[in-house]
Design a protein around this ligand. Structure first.
Ligand SMILES: [Zn+2]
Length: 121
């Protein structure tokens, strides 16, 4: 009888722990990719860095904060306005942004987007 309870307890623990472990794994493996848009969508997807503009003339980039706070981060890409972010490795595929992104409000996250990965500072 005791073994049955131990088994039930183990199953319960697994049911609680598995989604948390899966979530961590998933979040770590989330790859951020560029997506060209004419204008930012209302709902931003995690793992996408949206580039707004025409052809290769982009005026801004937007992404959800990778810390999980779900805030939208908008970045200026116009050369005449500071601060300004650029995509040194091009505007397709894995996202790389320069310089680092440092939120002054809210969660105050500070990170680099490099080759589709978030490198926390
Ligand atoms: Zn955040």
């Amino acid at each position: 009888m005791r073994q049955i309870w131990a088994f039930i307890l183990a199953v319960c623990l697994w049911l609680i722990a598995a989604p948390i472990a899966f979530n961590r794994l998933f979040r770590r493996r989330l790859v951020w990719q560029f997506e060209r848009v004419e204008d930012f969508p209302d709902m931003l997807m995690s793992g996408r860095v949206y580039l707004a503009g025409e052809d290769d003339d982009f005026w801004g980039a937007a992404m959800t904060c990778p810390c999980g706070c779900r805030e939208t981060i908008e970045l200026n890409m116009l050369p005449q306005v500071r601060p300004r972010w650029s995509a040194p490795d091009g505007f397709d595929g894995l996202a790389t942004l320069q310089p680092s992104i440092w939120r002054r409000s809210g969660c105050k996250s500070h990170f680099f987007v490099r080759n589709g990965n978030i490198d926390w500072c």
